[in-house]
Design a binder for this molecule. Structure first.
Ligand code: ATP
Ligand code: MG
Length: 361
């Protein structure tokens, strides 16, 4: 897919803006001028909420009572137009037809987003990494969200049993029911995650090789309660054994200590953990490569190229790595924000926009 143009009115600090885009687009300017605001406006059309967690009202320019946004794009074989307006409430139309919510735009407009917050995927605990893989799976597997929901419901029930239990013997028959269920649902989640990592790996490796100039190799490893194979029945059996063997500990802790809700993904460069040993640039590069690989896989599964929105990705990256991102990523329309004029000069083909006080030039 490709975004042809966007028109904004009273969106955050942008009073009026109407602009045509190219395949690679750099939006540059000083701090607090509206770079992230513009990216956020594009992102909203992919049906998601603001990646900064903003409420609709906060998107309207201070002292104004409405905001309007219009996106012209090519997707699923045709030219299309989506419009969002926020007044007392939000209204959304696609090709002139009113939609119930912006979520429905997500079927036509797909994006992947890198924002500096995503570095938490490396810097923070396993929760952020599980969020990445679960989010990516929800975009490509229609039943995965339901699977997650059912698993977490079962987990809540098992935990509430554990909270009130005095000893394992007292609750063993009931635990048996939850353990069987949890292992069954948990194994399906683990299986999907392992398959996802398998599928994303070739893309990730090739992108990371490009970013690092062939000097570094990236690896992803699923870290679970056991060493899982890619046979879902085998995973279920192993997970069941693990959960069962931890009943005593679980009763003591009043919580379920084994299962996909505790699993992690280890990201390694040249065989060493990026979290523990990676430099700033390596950490940034690995998150970026993961995001771009997610886009490639999304294209493989859906046949459509998502839009890549890269907010403040360039800082901490050296000239070669910046050159790769600007000039060597194929088949993706890219929007990049940066503060640095040097970065802009490295772009070989594409459009650059300077933004100051919400106005583009
Ligand atoms: P940085 O380089 O620091 O990331 P940026 O160019 O990405 O800067 P933005 O996050 O786009 O900056 O924000 C630009 C300005 O928009 C900020 O000064 C912010 O206060 C302002 N702003 C945010 N919401 C609104 C709003 N609803 N109305 C008017 N201005 C707003
Ligand atoms: Mg910003």
């Amino acid at each position: 897919m490709k975004i042809n143009s966007i028109t904004l009115e009273n969106y955050r600090n942008i009073k009026e803006l109407s602009v045509d885009f190219d395949d690679v687009n750099i939006i540059w300017g000083e701090n607090a001028q509206g770079k992230t605001n513009l990216l956020e406006a594009i992102y909203l059309f992919s049906g998601a909420k603001s990646f900064r967690g903003a409420k609709d009202k906060e998107l309207v320019k201070f002292d104004c009572d409405y905001a309007k946004m219009k996106l012209d794009f090519f997707a699923n074989g045709r030219e299309q137009t989506a419009e969002i307006s926020i007044k007392d409430r939000k209204t959304v139309t696609l090709n002139g037809i009113k939609k119930r919510s912006s979520t429905e735009l997500g079927d036509e407009i797909k994006t992947i987003i890198f924002s500096p917050d995503h570095l938490n995927m490396i810097k923070e605990g396993p929760n952020e990494r599980r969020k990445f893989i679960d989010g990516a799976l929800c975009q490509i597997k229609s039943n995965y969200r339901t699977l997650l929901k059912n698993y977490s419901r079962t987990l809540v029930q098992r935990n509430s049993l554990l909270r009130n239990a005095e000893s394992v013997d007292e609750v063993a028959p009931m635990l048996e029911v939850w353990d069987v269920n949890l292992a069954n649902l948990g194994a399906k989640i683990i299986y999907q995650r392992i398959m996802y990592l398998k599928a994303i790996k070739p893309y990730l490796k090739s992108i990371f090789e490009g970013i690092s100039g062939g000097k570094e190799d990236i690896e992803l490893v699923y870290i679970g309660a056991d060493t899982y194979t890619d046979d879902v029945n085998d995973i279920e059996q192993r997970l069941y054994n693990k959960i069962k063997s931890h009943r005593k500990i679980d009763v003591l802790n009043h919580t379920t200590t084994k299962g996909p809700h505790r699993d992690d993904i280890e990201i390694m460069i040249n065989g060493r953990s990026v979290k523990s040993f990676g430099s700033q640039g390596q950490q940034r590069s690995s998150v970026l490569a993961l995001k771009l690989a997610e886009a490639s896989l999304l294209r493989e599964m859906t046949g459509e190229n998502p839009i890549a929105l890269l907010d403040d990705v360039m800082s901490e990256l050296d000239e070669k790595r910046q050159d790769y991102i600007l000039n060597h990523i194929k088949d993706l329309q890219i929007f990049i924000t940066c503060c640095d004029k040097e970065t802009v000069l490295r772009l070989k083909k594409g459009k650059t926009f300077h933004i100051a006080n919400g106005a583009l030039s």
